[in-house]
Design a protein around this ligand. Structure first.
Ligand SMILES: C/C(=C\COP(=O)(O)O)CCC[C@H](C)CCC[C@H](C)CCCC(C)C
Ligand SMILES: Nc1ccn([C@@H]2O[C@H](COP(=O)(O)OP(=O)(O)O)[C@@H](O)[C@H]2O)c(=O)n1
Length: 254
């Protein structure tokens, strides 16, 4: 029903609105004077009666709407941090129990960490601070790699699931560069540009698969690099391309 008119009757306790279907103007009448036994001072003569101040529930709802994105981003950051810790712990347990080889564990952590990090971006809000809170996750892991890489602390699970030979200093090379790229992609590209997720798809999906395929089927080496093979390089291109297409599809809203 279209609102065609409203006659407002202001009163100190409430605002009553009587909607009439067929008049088209709005009449604002001055509030009735309070009964004499209230002994209130006469209100100042204003050219136009100010509406009563917003009731507390409106002030509260505007505060909630202002802090809701921050609370959402804080919750998302805590969730993804817990996911990162759980991922490394899971592969450490699988390696400890000899259910998978350490080299395969490391590569699966390599493939899954960055892709799952980017897959979590949609749970953050669309506010400007979202990317900064999201980048806290790789930043915390960057600090973990540094303190373990310099043996300031020793996280055996992290070292076993992320290094080739179990040398803590290995954490200061590939893994450290890896999380720095995650920070860069989150801060610079975030969800505005597909460049970030495509870079992560190639670094995580492509490079990770190249190692797995290249070690097993890479007998035919590249002419200019005897440490790389045609099988590994072609698998990097194909998997990286397919994962990139998946990352920039609708479900990430690019
Ligand atoms: C093993 C890794 C890189 C090795 O690179 P390269 O030597 O083969 O070139 C990856 C290291 C991963 C890091 C320790 C953990 C990163 C977690 C990530 C920031 C957040 C993941 C969240 C998600 C929900 C699991
Ligand atoms: N294009 C590629 C990449 C890796 N690989 C194989 O994967 C192994 C490790 O690859 P990598 O140098 O990317 O290892 P990370 O430095 O990524 O840990 C190489 O020694 C090769 O056996 C390949 O055959 N072809």
């Amino acid at each position: 029903m279209a609102l065609s008119s409203c006659t407002l009757t202001l009163s100190p306790s409430s605002l009553r609105c009587h909607v009439h279907k067929y008049t088209t103007t709005i009449h604002l009448s001055p509030p009735p004077s309070p009964p004499p036994h209230w002994n209130l001072p006469n209100p100042p003569a204003l050219p136009f009666r100010r509406l009563v101040s917003f009731p507390p529930y409106i002030a509260r709802s505007s505060l909630i709407s202002a802090t809701a994105p921050l609370l959402q981003d804080a919750g998302a950051t805590a969730t993804v941090l817990a996911g990162a810790y759980s991922l490394v712990r899971t592969f450490d347990t699988l390696t400890q129990r000899n259910l998978i080889q350490q080299s395969l564990s490391r590569k699966l952590v390599h493939i899954l960490s960055g892709l799952l990090f980017a897959a979590c971006w949609p749970i953050f809000s669309t506010s400007t601070q979202a990317r900064y809170l999201a980048s806290v996750v790789p930043l915390v892991n960057c600090l973990r790699l540094i303190v373990n890489g310099f043996s300031l602390v020793t996280d055996e699970g992290l070292i076993k699931s992320v290094t080739r030979e179990g040398n803590p200093q290995e954490l200061l090379r590939g893994p450290l560069y890896y999380v720095l790229i995650l920070i860069l992609c989150a801060l610079v590209f975030w969800r505005e540009s597909p460049t970030g997720v495509i870079s992560l798809a190639m670094m995580c999906g492509g490079d990770g698969v190249a190692d797995i395929i290249g070690r097993r089927f890479g007998s035919l080496k590249l002419p200019y690099n005897q440490h790389k093979s045609w099988a590994g390089s072609i698998s990097m291109f194909i998997c990286g391309f397919l994962i990139s297409i998946g990352c920039v599809s609708d479900h990430l809203k690019f």
